[in-house]
Ligand binder design. Structure first.
Ligand code: CU
Length: 84
């Protein structure tokens, strides 16, 4: 599953996936770096990634996972993992 980042937005902002799916966020900006931070999970913010780079994460458990970009709090997204 691919989520693209353009003009300070995650596209699509919400996705629905099955357990065991890897999500890849690709930075499609011209210059701007971003991060994908699951802040509510209590994890530290991961490193920024730059145009042309990507960030991956695999989801094993059903649930609703919200995230944001560290430097741009208005950038938000949701991953819904739906089991059988
Ligand atoms: Cu950002």
């Amino acid at each position: 599953m691919i989520v693209e980042i353009r003009r300070y937005a995650f596209e699509p902002a919400e996705i629905v996936i099955r357990p065991g799916t890897t999500v890849r966020w690709i930075n499609r900006e011209r210059r701007q770096y971003h991060s994908v931070w699951f802040e509510e999970s209590g994890e530290p913010e991961p490193e920024y990634f730059f145009p042309g780079e990507s960030y991956e994460r695999r989801f094993e458990r059903p649930g609703r996972y919200t995230y944001r970009c560290g430097p741009h709090e208005e950038m938000r997204g949701t991953v819904r993992v739906v089991g059988d």
